[in-house]
Design a protein around this ligand. Sequence first.
Ligand code: BES
Ligand code: MN
Ligand code: ZN
Length: 327
Amino acid sequence: MTTARELGNLPGNICTPTYLSEIAIALDAECDKLTTTVLEEDEMAELGMFSLLSVGEGSIQPSKLIVMEYKGGEEGDKPHVLVGKGITFDTGGISLKPGAKMDEMKFDMCGAASVIGAMESLTEMALPINVVAIVASAENMPSSKATKPGDIVTTMSGQTVEILNTDAEGRLVLCDALTYAERFEPATVVDVATLTGACIVALGHHTAGLLSNNDELADSLLAAGDFAADRAWRLPIGEEYQEQLDSNFADIANIGGPAAGTITAACFLARFTEKFAWAHLDIAGVAWNSNGKAKGSTGRCVPLLCQHLLNQVDEGEEEQEGCGHDH
Ligand code: BES
Ligand code: MN
Ligand code: ZN
């Protein structure tokens, strides 16, 4: 949690996508079981990740896909994948946000920070499982090169997206990271993101939103959150919401109108997660505190993620030798 909080609190001019990639590489250097690979923009273009790339188009900061592979289990054990939204500053892009409280959008990488914090804990706990963390990182800025409302991009999955609002950028980076997750043949995939202001309207600042295509995974994450005092509450992602994302010009629009904003954001992600058991944690309301002297990152949901990983260890497995410091 300390790692996640410290990363979250860093200002956007320090904590860039490049900075996050360096943190992940530094963790690799401390642990034999961990390997970090950073995909640069040209490599992402080769893979067809034009949705992720569209978000950083207006920024001088290069976008990064940070992949951390932890091998604590047997060779053939299917990995549990964690995906983090790492928007190191979210101005909204050409769909520019209002000025008031815009500074808080330095916290828009708190999903990534949670995933990195959980990976650090994992190396210290040395759990006998395989885990892959994928951080999708970009800076969302307006400029003459930035994506414009109405622009259409092709995702790595082949589906096209009409970007009607450049401020709905989290789902644009996450969809390509989720498609990338397919190559690991995951046992489960959990993404974590400060995705929607609507989640604050729905659940306030105490409870994270949880949306999933798999009841068993959803129940397990809810229980992990309860146990770790890091609660989440499930919202539905029924087919009936999907038509809010219909586009006349592409396979899918990136916004679904004012109704059920947290659900339609998750419905967008659901189009990219049909091949595996997946859950999405919307931590927009819980990742940071906005108030006076308490203002700052909370480190949520590192506890939930750690408990989730602990729950994946088969009973009777022996403890392994850890990396890094003892806590
Ligand atoms: N990072 C924001 C969500 C957010 C806003 C989290 C405020 C916490 C506090 C996200 O990228 C965003 O801007 N979402 C839009 C989506 C909308 C354009 C469909 C939002 O919530 O307004
Ligand atoms: Mn945004
Ligand atoms: Zn954002």
